[in-house]
Design a protein around this ligand. Structure first.
Ligand SMILES: Cc1cc2nc3c(=O)[nH]c(=O)nc-3n(C[C@H](O)[C@H](O)[C@H](O)COP(=O)(O)OP(=O)(O)OC[C@H]3O[C@@H](n4cnc5c(N)ncnc54)[C@H](O)[C@@H]3O)c2cc1C
Length: 215
């Protein structure tokens, strides 16, 4: 950049928020010159480089967070799809997010939270409660394998779309034991699985945005 460059939009900070903002603006305003200013020696070098990269749409105490996370996850899916040609650089999956409790009475709290999230209208789901031999709608609880959304050519959008939304509540010890090995804990009695959730590689997402902006 030199002093004669015309800049339409300046974004201060080259963490994930800044790069994502620049990327989204660039998609909408392709003819504008968007500049990201970073004071560190590299972008994605501060908080974003420490992130675990987990995401979920379950925030039963906040309608705003539920709406924000649903919208964000849908946008991330669009980005994953767009980057599929280059090998799904940020490895988004849908492995879900699991809450575990050793206290059976936690079941009622999870049910209430699920109801609250459902009332926000943005958890597009129903609670599927798998209790003992009872199976929701006759179907056993059978979560997808996180790796299943990838194939040798990258992100499998069609497969991703088939993943369930919503929430599963499980109190069947046999099912829990299969999914939560004794080496983690023997004490789990209740498992609550948020399905619109997973992980992604935050550095990879930043790189995708950066490369798109530099093109
Ligand atoms: C250990 C850890 C785990 C986390 N796990 C998760 C998770 O699983 N899921 C999740 O959603 N979130 C998680 N987070 C939170 C997430 O990482 C942050 O919310 C996100 O990275 C913040 O991005 P940012 O762009 O706002 O900030 P940053 O990544 O900190 O970027 C801000 C940038 O602005 C630059 N800057 C500051 N001032 C100026 C200035 N005056 N001029 C120019 N540049 C400037 C900084 O150098 C920096 O590069 C986690 C955070 C941590 C620390």
């Amino acid at each position: 950049m030199n002093h004669n460059d015309h800049i339409d939009i300046t974004i201060i900070g080259g963490g994930l928020a800044g790069l994502n903002c620049a990327y989204a603006l660039h998609k909408r305003l392709p003819n504008k010159n968007i500049t990201v200013l970073e004071r560190g020696d590299r972008v994605m070098g501060l908080t974003s480089s420490a992130s675990t990269g987990g995401f979920r749409n379950f925030f039963p105490n906040s309608r705003a967070m539920t709406n924000l996370s649903n919208r964000s996850i849908d946008l991330l899916l669009e980005y994953a799809r767009a980057s599929a040609g280059t090998g799904n650089e940020f490895m988004m999956n849908r492995c879900g997010y699991v809450f575990l409790s050793a206290q059976p009475e936690q079941m009622e709290r999870y049910k209430k939270q699920a109801q609250a999230a459902h009332e926000f209208g943005s958890v597009p789901s129903i609670l599927r409660w798998h209790s003992g031999a009872i199976r929701y709608n006759g179907h056993p609880y059978n979560p997808e394998k996180p790796a299943a959304v990838f194939s040798s050519v990258g992100f499998d959008f069609e497969l991703y779309k088939t993943h369930k939304d919503g929430l599963d509540l499980i109190d069947d010890p046999a099912v829990i034991r299969k999914l939560v090995p004794d080496s983690v804990t023997k004490d789990v009695r209740v498992m609550f699985h948020v399905r619109k959730a997973g992980y992604l590689d935050v550095e990879g997402l930043g790189t995708c945005h950066r490369e798109e902006l530099m093109r």
